[in-house]
Design a protein around this ligand. Structure first.
Ligand SMILES: [Zn+2]
Length: 434
């Protein structure tokens, strides 16, 4: 069982399971897969300035603005074949692309294919929460983004479809590793750190920060023997802020909770700076041995505090309405992963996915620390709630809720969502078949 994997053994099990599912991997999209299309037989005159030697692919290049540019030669593109057959076209960094839009669309496709291949490698090499979250987000955007399909050249459609299928395949291949208990716990820990961070960022630091300070102060009540002065409250707060940052930073959750190591390292650096005294004769800095002891003491205590927040916020689940246009103070991919880990239903209106989901209360707590409201708690969740109930509620919401700029639940009458939920609970297939 993937979900039971823990630590090194768990990682190894995951890789074995993935290895089995890997074969056969479709080859990544390359320029040789894309027909030369409207570029066939095009003649491209090259230019240089009267004084310069460099060739430019467009007479409109800003580097040619002095004097009348002179034409040097003409490149003739092949009349058939693929984009892999294109000759090198000399272009400076400022040259506008002299080729038709087809070329830019193809370049974008190849770039996306390269990025997807990198993601595939990352996921094959082991657990990587952010890489999977970003993949999931991109796959979801695929199904919502009909614009790209309409706009792209007909000749590139098969390649676009291939890219999107590969994305879906990767999502399916790794789904179990990112919806199990470990992945859920990691996402909750990131959320708990974000809660602490939100508390830190407020002008008036809140309850969580006060608790953190109390805990830290009691731990360092004894001044380290080597230090001239005990560590003050202000320094402790700065240390804890530096420690929280890598866990809740939007873009740095690169490997699930590997950043707990980064956090510990930042704490150690901070303590070293604080406790190291400068020898006036030698000017040499010696980190005192107490740095290690205090690093371990504080790190363990703060990890414990995060775990406590996760546990406390997980005992109760809530039914929430989610507006895709609002953001949570989490990494951008995290809400997509969250909604994939718990029961939810989606209603797409004009390319926007409006949702109802059942999530641990911890995620709803995040909203109370944030000005822009991304989640609305409809009710506490009870056992018959599942994706079918979420779906039934969403279907009953009048369409007018989804037309304004404000969060969609604000366009409904007071208590309307709760009434729809009660009704859906009563007619849930699970309840009826019970
Ligand atoms: Zn140029």
């Amino acid at each position: 069982m993937v979900g039971k994997g823990r630590g090194a053994v768990g990682q190894r099990e995951l890789r074995i399971i993935h290895g089995r599912q890997d074969a056969p991997i479709p080859p990544p999209l390359t320029a040789a897969d894309l027909p030369i299309g409207p570029l066939a037989g095009l003649e491209l005159p090259l230019w240089r300035s009267p004084s310069g030697k460099a060739e430019h692919a467009s007479a409109q290049c800003p580097h040619l603005s002095r004097g009348t540019p002179r034409q040097t030669r003409t490149i003739v593109l092949p009349t058939s074949g693929t984009l892999a057959d294109l000759p090198a076209i000399p272009r400076c960094r400022s040259c506008p692309d002299p080729l038709p839009a087809y070329h830019q669309q193809a370049t974008r496709l190849l770039y996306d294919a390269e990025e997807l291949a990198k993601t595939a490698t990352t996921l094959r090499n082991g657990y990587h929460l952010a890489a999977y979250g970003e993949l999931l987000q991109a796959a979801q955007n695929d199904s919502l983004d009909t614009h790209q399909v309409r706009e792209i050249d007909r000749l590139l459609q098969p390649a676009l479809q291939r890219l999107r299928h590969e994305r879906q395949r990767l999502v399916r291949q790794h789904r179990s590793a990112y919806s199990n208990d470990k992945a859920r716990r990691d996402l909750k820990t990131i959320t708990a750190a974000a809660l602490l961070k939100a508390d830190v960022d407020r002008r008036q630091p809140g309850r969580l920060r006060a608790e953190l300070l109390d805990l830290s102060t009691s731990l360092v009540a004894e001044p380290p023997p080597d230090a001239r002065t005990p560590i003050g409250d202000r320094e402790l707060l700065e240390l804890s802020d530096a420690w929280i940052a890598p866990i809740s930073e939007r873009y740095s959750n690169s490997a699930g909770l590997a950043e707990l190591d980064t956090a510990k390292e930042r704490l150690r650096e901070g303590l070293s700076r604080l406790l190291t005294t400068r020898d006036p004769r030698a000017g040499r800095r010696d980190p005192p041995p107490d740095v290690d002891r205090l690093t371990t003491l504080l790190h363990v205590a703060w990890v414990g505090m995060l775990a406590g927040m996760v546990a406390e916020g997980s005992t109760q689940h809530v039914v929430v309405a989610v507006d895709p246009r609002m953001v949570l103070p989490l990494p951008p991919w995290a809400p997509t992963l969250l909604l994939a880990q718990y029961p939810s239903a989606t209603r797409n209106v004009k390319g926007q996915p409006y949702r109802i989901a059942i999530v641990p209360k911890l995620f709803a707590d995040l909203v109370t620390h944030w000005d822009r409201v991304a989640l609305h708690v409809i009710a506490e969740s009870t056992w018959p709630d599942d994706a079918a109930v979420c779906h039934a509620v969403l279907q009953q919401v009048p369409a007018r809720a989804f037309v304004g700029d404000e969060p969609w639940w604000q366009r409904l009458r007071q208590g309307q969502l709760q009434r729809l939920l009660n009704k859906a609970r009563g007619t849930s297939p699970r309840r009826l078949g019970d």
